[in-house]
Design a protein around this ligand. Structure first.
Ligand code: SAM
Length: 279
């Protein structure tokens, strides 16, 4: 339960490009809080200046979060109102802040979201890829071996996959996605959303790789990569069904083997029948 004597920690989303995407409520909160805890105070200073605001700032990033938590909690306990912002988008989403939020909640301080832009959700909203179930993976590891290992874990994932990527690694990441997930996976590259050079490209992973290779401009800026999930019925389960069918067929009539293979693999019986009857 919130401690009524204490202040409130507002977790405030800021724009991911277009400054008009700062909501009126976010503006009001930033104008009224006692202090703004910012990932990069110079960056946030620029946002405040663009909006005609001057507020006290304190730096809170991955390297000083532990010390700053003590300080911010003390101020909240004194009844101060604090806003947490990151450089862009929603704090805590591939950005610092979750330790502060957890500590505030554990201390009984009210924590309230001021929602707004998030690159992953903005990208998903324009990708035209199944959006009912998705997995947000943030940034893939910078080292190729670790990156491929992470992708290998996601190979059979049927939910839509969302990644953040920078211009430095976008080509390497696409290469690794091709080698682990397959060149024919459908994907969308959402670049520089809400900014001047906003671009949303769709195609297979291989087509996207070729577009980037042939146009240096398409390699610039910030990216969200959205990859279709493995098609459970058409790909993974059907392949497994065919494997099981081949084993059972050595001992059973074709119709019985196909029925059992569909049950064991989870493949659609109809798809499996037509796949094995054309073999
Ligand atoms: N907290 C932010 C959010 O809510 O989206 C994300 C912060 S993370 C450190 C930065 C990454 O988000 C970038 O490297 C890029 O992958 C993605 N990103 C941020 N702004 C973007 C934009 N305007 N267009 C595309 N991707 C963006």
């Amino acid at each position: 339960m919130a401690n009524l004597a204490s202040g409130c920690l507002y977790v405030v989303a800021t724009p991911i490009g277009h400054l008009d995407d700062l909501s009126p409520r976010a503006l009001k909160v930033l104008a009224e809080v006692d202090v703004i805890a910012a990932e990069d105070t110079r960056h946030t200073q620029q946002l405040l200046a663009a909006k005609g605001l001057r507020r006290p700032l304190l730096a809170l990033h991955d390297h000083n979060e532990a010390q700053q938590i003590v300080h911010v909690l003390a101020r909240l306990a004194d009844g101060e109102q604090v806003a947490l912002v990151s450089d862009a988008g929603t704090p805590l989403i591939s950005d610092p802040g979750y330790r502060l939020v957890r500590a505030a909640r554990e201390a009984g301080v009210k924590v309230s979201p001021i929602p707004g832009a998030c690159a992953a959700i903005a990208a998903l909203s324009v990708a035209g890829i199944a959006s009912d179930r998705f997995v947000f993976e943030g940034f893939l590891p910078p080292k190729a071996s670790a990156r491929r290992e992470r992708l290998a874990v996601l190979q059979g994932e049927t939910r839509t996959l969302l990644f953040y990527e920078s211009s430095h690694r976008i080509e390497e990441s696409l290469e690794d996605m091709i080698s682990v997930l397959g060149a024919q996976r459908g994907a969308v590259l959402a670049r520089e959303l809400t900014k001047l050079f906003e671009t949303v490209l769709s195609g297979t992973l291989d087509e996207l790789r070729m577009q980037l290779a042939s146009d240096a401009n398409q390699r610039k800026g910030e990216f969200v990569v959205i990859v279709q999930g493995a098609h459970e019925n058409t790909d993974a389960r059907l392949l497994e069904g065919q494997r099981v069918f081949a084993l059972l067929r050595e001992h059973l009539p074709a119709s019985k083997a196909a029925k059992l293979a569909a049950e064991i693999s989870g493949a659609s019986r109809k798809a499996l029948y037509s796949a094995v009857s054309t073999d």
